[in-house]
Ligand binder design. Structure first.
Ligand code: OAD
Length: 229
């Protein structure tokens, strides 16, 4: 299993959340990324994601994403799944398969009235009407806010159970529960490896650390893995 975080998209020009030029820099998390903020001030939350959306949609995958496609196409020792905390679509654009967006997707909105998920490549506002139930003002970006449950966790739990190799790429390990996945995988017997610019707070959960830019280090590691398989 590959767990990706904002760092894998950094070389595609998308700022991470917690580095110095991070996405939160000009916004407080409490204003734009909590479910309370959405109920309190949906206009501000919509504005934030509507502004972010075009940049995320036009970004292109980098060598780290493409290395995963190569691994998925050529690896003979098992199936490679990608569990991502990212709401961008760079894994899909690179041709990755078995992608699980546990924090949602920037190109979707979800109705808080009936649960319908719709594709929303353009702006979503408090005027947007749900195509399923017809209720206006209830469409929320399909992004998991603090205070909400993660998506697809049943499938991810099953993957963690049988995972033999757990690879974390570009995640700070600051956000629960994704920051417990390495430990769970290790508990179930997986080898664990981390790719980051530096070791993270969860460094004890990893057997191996590869320090550097994922776009440079991951393709080399994929070569190693493919040689072994
Ligand atoms: P963070 O911004 O917390 O961490 C990004 C990590 O990537 C840091 O540890 C960096 O050192 C590392 N990094 C930066 N550039 C890199 C590169 N070129 N190669 C390798 N590593 C690099 O982002 P996440 O861990 O993804 O949730 O944050 C988790 C969640 O916090 C996000 O999904 C977001 C936020 O709440 C939602 O949007 C729902």
């Amino acid at each position: 299993m590959i767990l990706s975080g904002a760092g894998i998209s950094a070389e595609s020009g998308i700022p991470t959340f917690r580095d110095s030029d991070g996405l939160w820099n000009n916004h407080r998390i409490e204003d734009v990324a909590t479910i309370e903020a959405y109920y309190r001030n949906p206009e501000m939350v919509h504005d934030f994601y509507n502004e972010l959306k075009p940049d995320l949609l036009k970004a292109e995958p980098n060598p780290a994403h493409l290395a995963i496609t190569r691994l998925q196409n050529e690896y003979k020792n098992g199936t490679v799944s990608v569990v991502t905390q990212n709401v961008d679509l760079l894994h899909e654009k690179a041709g990755n398969r078995n992608v699980y967006h546990i924090h949602g997707r920037i190109d979707e909105a979800v109705c808080m009235n009936c649960g319908q998920v719709m594709t929303a490549k353009g702006e979503v506002t408090t005027e947007t009407v749900c195509p399923q139930c017809g209720v206006p003002a209830m469409m929320k970006p399909n992004i998991v806010f603090f205070g909400e449950n993660l998506l697809r966790m049943n499938e991810v739990d099953a993957l963690l159970d049988k995972c033999r190799l757990f690879i974390a790429v570009g995640t700070s390990g600051a956000v629960y529960p994704a920051n417990t996945f390495a430990r769970t995988a290790k508990y179930h017997g997986a080898d664990t490896i981390e790719f980051n610019l530096h070791t993270t707070v969860n460094n004890r959960d990893f057997d191996r650390h590869v320090i550097g830019k994922a776009g440079e280090t991951l393709p080399i590691y994929v070569d190693e893995l493919l040689k072994e398989s």
